[in-house]
Write a protein that binds this ligand. Sequence first.
Ligand code: 6PG
Length: 229
Amino acid sequence: MSQVDIRVVADADEAAHLVAERLAEQARAGGSVVLTGGTTPRMAYELGTQPAPDWSRVELWWGDERCVPPDDERSNFAMAKAALLDRLEQQPAAVHRMRGELGPDAGAEEYTRELAGAATFDLVLLGLGPDGHIASLFPNFPTLDVADRDVVGSGAGHEPFVDRITLTLPRLCNTRELLFLVTGEDKAEAVARALAGEPSHETPGSLARAAQGATRAVLDRAAAARLPG
Ligand code: 6PG
């Protein structure tokens, strides 16, 4: 597995600022960006719109979605809409949301069609669960071995306990840059396993490395606390 380029900063605010700068840079350059869900990236999304309010050169994709309506508070799309899309002056050239309301199987089928022919991503953002999951690829789930599809439906392996739609590992990793944003002491153990441990199905984050470029991680000190010296 390739090494991860790790940057440790003081706190969650600083981590969000760094990732926001990276998002703004990609917005100016254009290309394809895959957003992650969860709560950690919210501030980075909000801040990323300030220096770069024009995202018209970007195509937006999602790494995973919860099977809820798009205005549900658990929806990854809803979070990105409020934190990012609603703050932009110019909307992205395309917003490819996963339709969670279709359910895991039909939703995955539809996103497979949406992705057909899409090129290598430019930037894939990932969070990390305290159990080591990424997107909706959970520890020891059979979805980790799916290599012949771009998108799969899944049950929940972590809260919120609703079904999921998720990109598969090969599709997530088909990117020029894969960027983890992880903060908080509850993630420290998972960070050490995902970024410095042996690749393992017990820690899906350890299996996620950019196939076409760099894998980077922005961590706060608390999340980095268990990394080897
Ligand atoms: C999701 C995610 C998931 C998330 C991690 C971390 O839909 O839940 O995409 O993989 O990134 O669970 O989430 P937090 O930032 O909320 O801890």
